[in-house]
Ligand binder design. Sequence first.
Ligand SMILES: [Zn+2]
Ligand SMILES: [Zn+2]
Ligand SMILES: [Zn+2]
Length: 274
Amino acid sequence: MRVTLLGTGDTTGTPTVGCDCGTCREARRRGVERTRFSVHVENERTGETLLIDASPDFRQQFLREEASLPDAAVITHVHFDHLDGLGNVFRVLDSLDVYAANETDPATGESVAETVASDYHYLDQITVHPVTPLESIRICGFDVTLLPVDHPPMVCYGLVVSDPETGSKLSLTGDTSYAIPEPSREALAGADLLLADAIVPASVCAGHPAGGRHENSAGTPRTFGTKHMTREGALELADELGATRTRLVHLAHYYPAEDAFEEPLAVDGEVYEL
Ligand SMILES: [Zn+2]
Ligand SMILES: [Zn+2]
Ligand SMILES: [Zn+2]
């Protein structure tokens, strides 16, 4: 399994347009980017490619990495930064199987699968396959399981991608607070590579209207606002899940410049062989 981090940023990316903060300046100086979230997973046994989330930066990401085009995609949730790149398949792919959860979201009255199907009803290339969370299905020769996480008010899913032949395992938290349900935690545990949402350091919670929550015993918030883990929360989760390697992703430019490019914060273009 070859994993390429196509997009490691939050919804505005780094550098953010129109921003001249120290972190965006430092990113420009280093020549690195954190575009909107997407992960490219290649099955070297079958020659197939699975795309996790369709970033609005799809075109730029595939050109930059010279990445193989996807045979299938999984959409974790219907926020702009994970879904709105799907229109890029027009005149680029003949067909794309898109997998998404089948549970009705009380916030929208639709499942993720239904929203994807209705948003892209005009694209004949896209076939949407509704998936039951916590049940493994075979995609691109991998066993893939969608796992409910906590990203209020929307439903959102983390996932596990494992290779039934080699046993290698990739876990993604998806966009989530620290309050990931226990069955999902159990499924995410023991990965060769964990990609964990860590949008900001906990120190930034003071500036959020909702503050932070899910404090640890030292009083440090493990959730920023209500929707995302802090760096501290993501690192605690990684400890608990016992991944061999962890990369923090979905990162905002609100990290202070001196922290923003420290380990284990990811930048676009990282490649892992599992
Ligand atoms: Zn900035
Ligand atoms: Zn989101
Ligand atoms: Zn997001």
